[in-house]
Design a protein around this ligand. Structure first.
Ligand code: CAA
Length: 260
């Protein structure tokens, strides 16, 4: 039985998924993609998991990209299939996760590795992290959503620069351009991600899910984000979480949201 490439630890509501392939700097081969997709799926129906943290094993890499050795002899149809499968089975599912996903970037986050962080809802980097989309240096382009999500997060100009130069940037530059939300020392990375997870977790799980849905709506073709917000806002009034949240405010106590 081969060793799994994913370590999954649930601690008081926070599910930490660690990619365990240090010999290849945690590169995403088809097994890692499948194990991660399965874990993200399972988390959606796991009532004990409220926030997900994604990180890489060791202190060198978060994820150094898609596995170059795995796709080196692919032709166009296989390349297309690789991107489609990866996007549909994993990256889109992370972005659409009903439970917030925090990327804890502990080193190199390159190519598919940075795309994994971009699909997450929030990114925290160690001060040792290096990030980039170096695909054009290999004669390909980003295929796990990088050409779309990087400009959404840092703006078109900075995304053009990063993708066309293929250069890596350090954590402080990533913070300055909004690529990451926070930078901390490596030893403080998981505690910082855990702290952020817990500040999300004290809120209504249903409202977190709906907020993610409304934010993403604005990035979908043919959907009016403001209309989506109105619909999502209205739907919130029908939830138990809304009744509990508002009642708790009026009674000057902490809310006890259902399912927690
Ligand atoms: N795929 C497969 N193996 C990888 C890998 C990757 N993306 N990145 C690193 N590795 C492997 C190396 O081949 C090496 O294995 P061996 O010991 O068996 O030779 C091991 O990990 C350690 O790597 P290095 O010896 O290269 O370590 P380094 O410290 O000298 O360099 C690095 C570190 C700068 C991150 C370098 O490994 C590197 O440039 N990696 C590739 C980064 C990259 O181009 N990523 C984009 C991939 S394409 C992609 O992601 C497409 C997409 O969007 C879908």
């Amino acid at each position: 039985m081969p060793q799994p490439h994913l370590l999954s630890i649930l601690n008081e509501g926070v599910l930490t998924l660690t990619i365990e392939r240090p010999e290849a700097l945690n590169a995403l081969n088809s097994r890692v993609i499948a194990e991660l997709a399965q874990a993200i799926d399972a988390a959606q129906t796991n009532a004990a998991a409220h926030v997900i943290i994604l990180t890489g094993s060791g202190s060198k890499a978060f994820v150094a990209g898609a596995d170059i050795k795995e796709f080196a002899d692919f032709d166009a149809p296989k390349g297309k299939e690789l991107a489609r499968l990866g996007q549909e089975s994993l990256f889109n599912r992370i972005e659409r996760s009903a439970k917030p996903v925090i990327a804890a970037i502990n080193g190199f986050a390159l190519g598919g590795g940075l795309e994994l962080a971009l699909a997450s809802h929030v990114r925290i980097a160690s001060d040792t992290a290096k990030m980039g989309l170096p695909e054009v240096s290999l004669g390909v382009i980003p295929g796990y959503g990088g050409t779309q999500r990087l400009p959404q997060i840092v703006g078109k100009g900075k995304a053009m620069e990063m993708i066309l130069t293929a250069r890596m940037i350090g954590a402080e530059d990533a913070l300055a351009c909004g690529l990451v939300n926070q930078v901390v020392a490596l030893e403080d990375l998981l505690p910082a991600a855990d702290k952020m997870a817990r500040s999300m977790m004290k809120n209504s799980p249903k409202a977190l899910q709906t907020a993610i849905q409304a934010i993403l709506a604005g990035y979908e073709d043919g959907i009016n984000g403001f209309e989506a917000e109105i619909t999502c806002f209205g739907a919130s009034f029908e939830t138990e979480d809304f009744k509990e949240g508002t009642q708790a405010f009026i009674e000057k106590r902490k809310p006890q949201f259902p399912g927690k």
